[in-house]
Design a protein around this ligand. Structure first.
Ligand code: WTA
Length: 675
């Protein structure tokens, strides 16, 4: 058992469980907190699931979890093959069930699960559910930007649409192993396109439709797709964004590096823009509606090995170039389906809504694959909704409380820290102090949830992701890479593989090893800091590298810096994250100008615009801090630690500045803080 959990078990057993509501009628529990009153420590706040919920839960108690968890880590092959057998395999996997090398000192890092097993994830999402009699069940409810034009697809209809597109792609020469770039907003065609690629064994590489032409071009150059799938335009609130123009600019850019794409399948998103007003590249651009519906509604499945690639998804790291995270078929399938089922206590009668966009990993694992593999009914929302909870709090409770919410069973949060007060608001206001909250910690790289509450199984602590999922062995290590036990904090690593782990960075296995496996030999390093409390609960404390999390979106500070210095009047830039009430973290940029240029409001706007154009609007700096100079060591390294303190105005905590080449720089920066 992982350190801590055994102890938690004991503590929870000993705890005299209170079923009495607290004086406010809100959160209840052993050390129930009365809202507004300070606790001795956040670690002491236990929120128990109610008995009715626990009775019906898939994992009804901590004891049951511990039993399953123990099995999953002592016999991973047995545990995961039992689950994998519930899917359709054209041919069963061979032996061993999995093999791994997590230690670069013993050779190349390698992770394999279910090697030799022949399957198809699209078949398991769709055909399997249709064949088991769920063809008429709604697979997707679509909620558009403009209320009134809702739509839906049953499992049979979804299968047919996927087959038509798959046939089209095949006809256009897309084969097993080819990449397809998908640049679409949250319309049903996005999961349809993902599934169609999976059906024919092509890799999808979805690029979030908020990325700029330049970012899209960078991803096209790296993944070299046969086809780009997009739509002409999308509504964002009252604005119309012309996606096809962005694709056009990206393709011109990528062609300069020798990567040309001859076919751009474009969905006519009529509610945003009619085809008559769309700028068109004859010969390259083809309307989806003109060609795809002509293809047959059945399509042979391309059977693939469990270790054949399923998709690429680019994510930000500490250095400028985005990383193409590669997931393979079998392990990802088994892991997303299982985490979906248990982390959300899924029941076949549930209607499930995940606010994420398919442009990010959450939309891959918990809008598309996880739910559909379970035969669930998913709601897809066209608008943008990350960081939803913090924005809702600002809007007041009445938007929530005017609806009954009786049908809500489980709430969940992912991708960024949810602090205790936001947690309590979600719990009390949205969930009526009744629904468990799954605060799931995971990453693009991990494929699915890694540390997460299992609803109903154990008391929660607001702000803690609680305990590891089945098969996951988190460890906390110190600077030297030594595992630390019991109550502690340090770097969050994982010992040994799990089926949903990414297998490489596309085209750069060396970077994969260097970034994730070399910092702490023998472990996968997450890049996150973490604390384990006295009861064994895990608390994520944020990234320890130069990655920031803005509205749940991962941004490398270096990406923003290179965008800024591409501006002709910017000489140097250093970007740090700061706390932001709504976005979680905001982008704070220190900017040094070219000799002779002086700062102005106009220049500030133009710098921000450059970032919007280079990366996307979501990465735009919240603050530009004019910096005549940056604090550097004598060897010229920027001291970000000091910049972070200045950015968050923790001026009394600047620490040792004596190693700076010029300590006066700091005073100068402070003086300019509010210019
Ligand atoms: C952060 C999103 C606190 C973390 C699924 C991680 C979290 C990064 C949580 C990955 C959580 C994710 N609590 N922080 N429950 N979940 N994070 O790749 O810093 O977009 O490393 O995957 O988000 O972001 P990514």
């Amino acid at each position: 058992l992982p350190v801590g959990i055994g102890k938690a078990n004991q503590i929870l057993k000993n705890a005299s469980r209170s079923t009495q509501p607290s004086s406010t009628g809100k959160i209840t529990g052993v050390n129930a907190v009365v809202l507004g009153e300070a606790l001795a420590s956040e670690d002491d706040e236990l929120v128990f699931p109610n008995d009715d919920f626990s009775r019906q839960a898939l994992v009804p108690s901590l004891e049951k979890y511990l039993e399953m968890y123990k099995w999953s880590v002592e016999d991973p092959a047995g545990f995961w093959s039992g689950i994998a057998s519930q899917f359709y395999w054209k041919q069963k996997w061979g032996q061993p069930v999995f093999s791994e090398n997590f230690d670069f000192r013993k050779g190349n890092i390698k992770i394999e699960w279910f090697r030799g097993g022949i399957t198809n994830i699209c078949y398991n999402c769709l055909d399997r559910n249709v064949e088991s009699g769920n063809g008429d069940k709604i697979a997707i409810y679509w909620e558009p930007n403009d209320p009134g034009s809702q739509d839906s697809l049953t499992y049979s209809q979804l299968l047919q649409s996927v087959c038509q597109l798959a046939n089209y792609l095949k006809d256009k020469g897309v084969k097993k192993g080819d990449a397809v770039v998908i640049y679409l907003p949250m319309i049903m065609e996005l999961p349809i396109a993902m599934l169609a690629c999976a059906r024919i064994g092509a890799l999808h590489s979805v690029v979030f439709a908020g990325f700029s032409a330049e970012s899209l071009a960078q991803r096209i150059v790296d993944s070299k797709p046969k086809i780009v799938i997009t739509c002409n335009a999308v509504n964002r609130g009252s604005k119309v964004i012309t996606l096809i123009d962005i694709v056009d600019a990206a393709l011109i850019e990528s062609a300069k590096t020798g990567i040309s794409v001859d076919l751009c399948l474009t969905y006519e998103n009529k509610s945003a823009m009619k085809r008559e007003s769309t700028k068109w590249q004859e010969g390259r651009d083809v309307w989806w509606q003109d060609v795809v519906p002509k293809y047959p509604t059945t399509c042979e499945v391309e059977w693939v090995d469990a270790e054949d690639p399923l998709f690429l998804l680019y994510t930000s790291g500490s250095t400028g170039k985005p990383k193409g995270v590669l997931h393979t078929t079998g392990g990802y399938m088994v892991y997303t389906a299982t985490t979906f089922k248990y982390a959300f206590d899924y029941k076949p009668s549930d209607i499930y809504w995940c606010t994420a966009d398919c442009g990010w990993i959450t939309g891959h694992s918990y809008v598309t694959y996880g739910p559909l593999l379970n035969g669930a009914t998913v709601v897809i929302f066209e608008g943008a909704a990350p960081t939803l909870v913090r924005s809702l709090i600002r809007a007041g409770v009445e938007y929530v409380t005017r609806y009954p919410r009786k049908s809500l069973r489980v709430l969940a949060s992912a991708g960024e820290p949810i602090n205790p007060s936001t947690w309590r608001w979600l719990f009390n206001v949205v969930g009526d102090s009744r629904c468990p909250i799954s605060d799931t910690w995971w990453q693009t790289e991990t494929g699915g949830c890694m540390i997460t509450p299992l609803p109903g199984a154990w008391p929660q602590k607001p702000g803690s992701a609680t305990f590891p999922f089945f098969g996951i062995q988190p460890v906390i290590v110190n600077e030297k890479g030594a595992e630390i036990e019991g109550e502690c904090s340090g770097y969050l690593c994982v010992k040994s593989s799990w089926p949903g782990a990414f297998r490489t960075l596309y085209g750069d296995h060396e970077r994969y090893e260097t970034t994730y496996f070399k910092p702490f030999p023998g472990y996968y390093f997450s890049g996150d800091g973490c604390r384990r409390d006295k009861d064994g609960y895990y608390w994520l404390t944020g990234r320890v590298d130069d990655v920031i999390n803005v509205s749940g979106r991962r941004i490398g500070t270096e990406e923003v810096e290179s965008a800024l210095v591409s501006h002709p009047q910017c000489a140097e830039a250093a970007v740090v994250g700061i706390e932001h009430e709504v976005k979680g973290q905001g982008v704070y940029a220190f900017v040094t100008l070219v000799e002779g240029v002086s700062y102005s409001e106009e220049l500030r706007k133009s710098l921000i615009l450059t970032v919007r154009n280079k990366i996307g609007a979501f990465a735009a700096p919240d603050k530009i801090h004019w910096a005549p100079d940056l604090p550097k060591t004598r060897s010229g390294k920027i001291m970000r630690r000091i910049l972070r303190k200045i950015a968050s105005r923790q001026l009394h905590e600047l620490g040792d500045t004596s190693t700076l080449a010029d300590p006066n720089v700091v005073e100068q920066l402070i003086a300019l803080a509010d210019r």
